[in-house]
Design a protein around this ligand. Structure first.
Ligand SMILES: C[S@@+](CC[C@H](N)C(=O)[O-])C[C@H]1O[C@@H](n2cnc3c(N)ncnc32)[C@H](O)[C@@H]1O
Length: 274
């Protein structure tokens, strides 16, 4: 069994065969309408103002850190933390010469090395799904948040995946396997309750169904291969079953009957200010 196929590479980018592949992947995703829309929604909920201090936990290449740094101005502070040295080096490189109030650190979302009450806004996008203990990370985020700080998180709910267009028995096996690729596949769905347990205030939840029905889209092809390849490698389905599944989906797409859906949870709240 190839262990690299068992767990998402995002959980430990630096230990993968090709860490810079993840840099390119984030760039591609960040350029799509979907993720640009999500980032804009998060920014609006964060209510970032001039002079604010902001943390982006699991900042990747630092694109959101740089965008937010333009808003906070020279008296503000925007910190990006990521467990991947590759990502942090890339983020530092991209911030060079921009003269923005950005800082980047290699660090662990479950153990943030900042004092209590340090940040006015905390953002986390597509990171908690990759952690063993996302609850611990949320505790840490609330700890480093200032009283009254805005905490905005976006995570998918892999339990919500539906794929229409091929044998449902094979599909359900492949979806189950896909979910186990992530350390915390259901964190999106769990976030609202976790916010309540931590007694955050003004909790708002937006659930967005992401529907893909364009089989020829490159990202779609990539995504579907992520269902099949690991399942074939561990012997869950045979190579023939895997390629039949893809071909059936393609046939369904030709009739307009292919669909892949997953829900994204966007959850915002405030740390109580008393
Ligand atoms: C899907 S990427 C999202 C990056 C960025 N938030 C964005 O939206 O462009 C997930 C990021 O989480 C980081 N990550 C994974 N485990 C982490 C941990 N324990 N602590 C901090 N960052 C982590 C990865 O290195 C990766 O950069």
């Amino acid at each position: 069994m190839q262990t690299s196929l068992v767990e998402s590479g995002y959980s430990n980018i630096d230990n993968t065969n090709n860490p810079t592949k993840y840099v390119r992947r984030l760039d591609k995703q960040g350029a799509t309408n979907l993720w640009q829309g999500v980032k804009a929604q998060m920014l609006s909920l964060l209510e970032v103002g001039k002079g604010d201090s902001v943390i982006d936990v699991g900042c990747g290449t630092g694109s959101d850190v740089r965008a937010i740094a333009q808003i906070v101005g020279e008296n503000g502070r925007v910190v990006g933390v990521d467990s991947s040295t590759t990502m942090i080096q890339e983020a530092l490189q991209r911030a060079k010469g921009l003269n923005l109030p950005t800082e980047f650190y290699v660090g662990d979302a479950e153990n943030l090395e900042f004092p209590d009450n340090s940040f006015d806004c905390c953002r986390v996008e597509r990171v908690l799904q990759h952690l063993h203990n996302p609850q611990q990370s949320l505790l840490e985020i609330v700890r480093v948040a200032n009283l009254g700080a805005r905490i905005v998180i976006v995570e998918p709910d892999y339990g919500s995946i539906k794929i229409e267009g091929a044998d449902p028995t094979v599909t359900s096996k492949l979806i189950k396997r896909r979910c186990s690729h992530f350390r915390s596949p259901n964190i999106g769905m769990q976030l609202p309750l976790l916010y309540k347990r931590l007694e955050l205030e003004k909790i708002a939840v937006t659930v967005t169904p992401v529907v893909n029905d364009n089989f020829e889209d490159n990202h779609e092809k990539f995504l579907l291969s992520k269902y099949v390849e690991p399942a074939v490698t561990i012997g869950l389905v045979s190579a023939q079953e895997g390629s039949k599944w893809i071909n059936d989906l393609k046939g369904a797409a030709d009739q307009g009957n292919y669909r892949h859906t997953i829900s994204l949870f966007l959850v915002s709240g405030r740390k109580p200010d008393v």
